[in-house]
Design a binder for this molecule. Structure first.
Ligand code: ADP
Ligand code: MG
Length: 287
């Protein structure tokens, strides 16, 4: 069973005006439960528009979105329940913190789900811990937090709803390298803990290579590629035509392979590269 299925999805902004913009054009795909999907594409290729259609924040101009085989727009009045099931963390979510305290901000989503006070509290504390926010920050104003803490608070607000599908639109943009890695590991853990589905929109091919098993490529509003991470990153020529690249380490390994060094194809991460190079050196008796 697919968790998310979309058919011939289109989104046109400013339809029938001089500013008409076809942001998403005739996109169809299925995402299975437990998949960790990387969504990549040049700026303006339609990634943010696409993910906002997956939880009903944007109504498609045409086409269908199914969540657990239920048509999202069959009963527009019930659209809210899908927002709990498909949690979306916006690009720069820290600008959406608005409550007096961090606690209230994280509690906002769960409070709308009809949970008891004690359940809400439990979820807020768990989500804050999960994203690495210190408990003493919960009573502060979100405006007193650092940039990285604000980002984590905003993510905790979505995690606290425990969505079956978690979508993050460039969650690591603007974070320092340590912050990025910690956040990425936590997202990975969220996916593994309950076999949840995660969609990660990212400009970092390194991040995508590290955590995803599937990659979707958007190009000028169209779905240009969708497949296993390894297979998509094997198409470096096609990717570069779309203004994208493969991970740097993949380029290094491919350059070495071109010089006749016997390394395998499809190395996407530094960790894997280290293993393979060590293996090779051992084999040649140089280690
Ligand atoms: P991405 O997230 O890949 O950068 P977007 O989905 O934000 O792409 O944008 C896709 C296209 O739609 C772009 O050309 C963008 O300018 C346009 N667009 C995005 N949001 C709006 C909007 N609210 N109104 C009009 N055009 C928009
Ligand atoms: Mg975007």
């Amino acid at each position: 069973m697919s968790t998310i299925k979309v058919e011939n999805l289109c989104c046109t902004y400013g339809e029938k005006t001089p500013f008409e913009q076809h942001a998403v054009k005739n996109v169809s795909f299925e995402i299975n439960r437990g998949d960790f999907v990387g969504l990549i594409g040049h700026t303006g290729s339609g990634k943010s528009t696409l993910v906002q259609m997956l939880n009903g924040l944007i109504k498609p101009t045409s086409g269908k979105v199914y969540v657990d085989d239920v048509d999202l727009w069959a009963k527009p009045k019930e659209i809210r329940k899908f927002r709990f099931k498909v949690g979306l963390v916006f690009q720069y979510p820290e600008y959406q913190l608005f409550e007096e305290t961090v606690y209230k901000d994280i509690a906002f989503g769960p409070s709308n789900m009809g949970l008891s006070e004690s359940e809400i509290k439990e979820r807020v504390i768990k989500a804050a811990k999960f994203v690495g926010l210190k408990p003493e920050l919960l009573n502060k104003s979100p405006f007193d937090l650092s940039g990285g803490e604000k980002r984590r608070a905003a993510i905790a607000g979505v995690i606290a709803m425990e969505p079956e599908v978690l979508i993050l639109d460039e969650p690591t943009a603007g974070l320092d390298p340590v912050g990025r890695n910690v956040l990425l590991s936590q997202i990975s853990q969220y996916q593994k803990a309950k076999n949840n589905t995660v969609i990660l929109v990212s400009h970092s091919m390194e991040d995508v290579a590290r955590v995803t098993n599937k990659v979707m490529v958007m190009n000028k509003g169209e779905l240009a590629m969708y497949g296993n991470t390894q297979d998509v990153f094997a198409k470096s020529t096609e990717l570069s035509k779309m203004g994208l690249r493969v991970p740097q380490i993949t380029k290094v390994i491919d350059a070495l392979r071109a010089k006749g060094i016997a390394l395998p194809e499809g190395i996407l991460t530094v960790d894997r590269a280290v293993c393979e190079i060590t293996e090779l050196l051992k084999k040649e008796g140089k280690m």
